[in-house]
Design a binder for this molecule. Structure first.
Ligand SMILES: [Zn+2]
Length: 313
């Protein structure tokens, strides 16, 4: 037993210089290099040496823990993985751009195949893979601190890009207050690296149509409520002093809530009682005469007269 462990140590020192110490604990399939069989339990790990290490250390969701791996090997692998993550973090923190971080492939280490041609490539500092640490199950206090700094940096960079988009497209700043914006950012984050943004076509055709359908479904729910419990029509006339337009908004309220129905530009017409009556009457028809309990409007004289006509009909 003692001689066995001595030989592993010797092998470890030797292979450390050439690359990954986990290679001695697995036999690589000569045809499919990513397939490595664990020498302890015989399990084949299909994700290269990285997966093999996860198998040996245990605690990763993507692969089962090796049941036969000796404790000192487990410890060796754990230390190696931690060291590797730390060096990745450090190189990322020292580099100006994080772009490399994002085209991560967990199996990158597979490229470190021992061979003279690849040897020089393997010596390059690797910044890829830093995101792994956020999800790793082995996190020391020091790593957590680095994560916090790293996350702050990454957030700064993301926010800067979002801000640039706002300035570029001339989006109003209060667009950032929208709940939908928060949800969009969250969803992009959940997708992870490499998300293709929606195209102009996608935004104006399929997604818009989908949204219209969803709103229709939502309004249908309200319509059912109007029939059962009745509703109020609220009309609000106002003047947009920026574009010099007279606008009337119609909203229907029921115990379920308020629904915006339409907005009319009435700048070109005289707002007399006759016109308003026609407008409100058409609205009552649209909502369903039986459902409308009351009509609420501004108290301008023309409105009052129009509403009076409706009630007396
Ligand atoms: Zn195993």
């Amino acid at each position: 037993m003692a001689s066995g462990s001595n030989s592993t140590t010797a092998a470890s020192e030797k292979s450390c210089s050439s690359g990954d110490p986990s290679r001695k604990y697995g036999t690589q399939d000569p045809k499919v290099r990513a397939n490595i069989t664990c020498i302890f339990c015989g399990k084949m790990c299909k994700g290269g040496v990285y997966r093999l290490k996860q198998h040996l250390v245990g605690g990763f969701t993507c692969v089962v823990k090796c049941t036969k791996c000796p404790e000192h090997v487990r410890e060796e692998m754990r230390e190696f993985m931690q060291k590797k993550e730390m060096s990745k973090v450090e190189s990322v923190m020292n580099s100006k751009t994080y772009a490399d971080v994002f085209d991560l492939d967990e199996e990158e280490e597979d490229e470190e195949v021992t061979g003279s041609g690849k040897a020089s490539q393997a010596k390059k500092p690797r910044v890829k893979g830093v995101m792994n640490m956020f999800y790793g199950t082995i996190q020391s206090e020091k790593q957590k601190n680095i994560n916090a700094v790293c996350r702050k940096e990454l957030r700064n960079k993301a926010c800067k890009e979002v801000a640039r988009w706002f300035y570029d497209a001339g989006l109003p700043f209060n667009a950032a207050n929208y709940d939908s914006f928060r949800k969009a950012v969250e969803a992009i984050g959940q997708f992870g690296p490499g998300m293709k943004p929606p195209t102009m076509y996608e935004l104006r055709v399929p997604f818009l149509q989908g949204e219209v359908k969803e709103v229709d479904l939502l309004i249908n729910e309200h319509k059912k409520e109007w029939k059962v419990k009745g509703c109020s029509i609220l009309s609000d006339g106002w003047r947009d002093s920026v574009v010099q337009k007279e606008i009337i908004n119609f909203v229907v309220n029921s115990p379920k809530g308020s629904v915006f129905i339409k907005s009319l530009d009435v700048s070109e017409v005289t707002l007399n009682a006759d016109f308003l009556f026609k407008l409100l009457d058409a609205m009552v028809e649209e909502i369903g005469e039986k459902n409308v309990v009351q009509v609420v409007t501004d108290n301008a004289a023309a409105y009052v007269k129009a509403v009076f006509v409706i009630y007396t009909l």
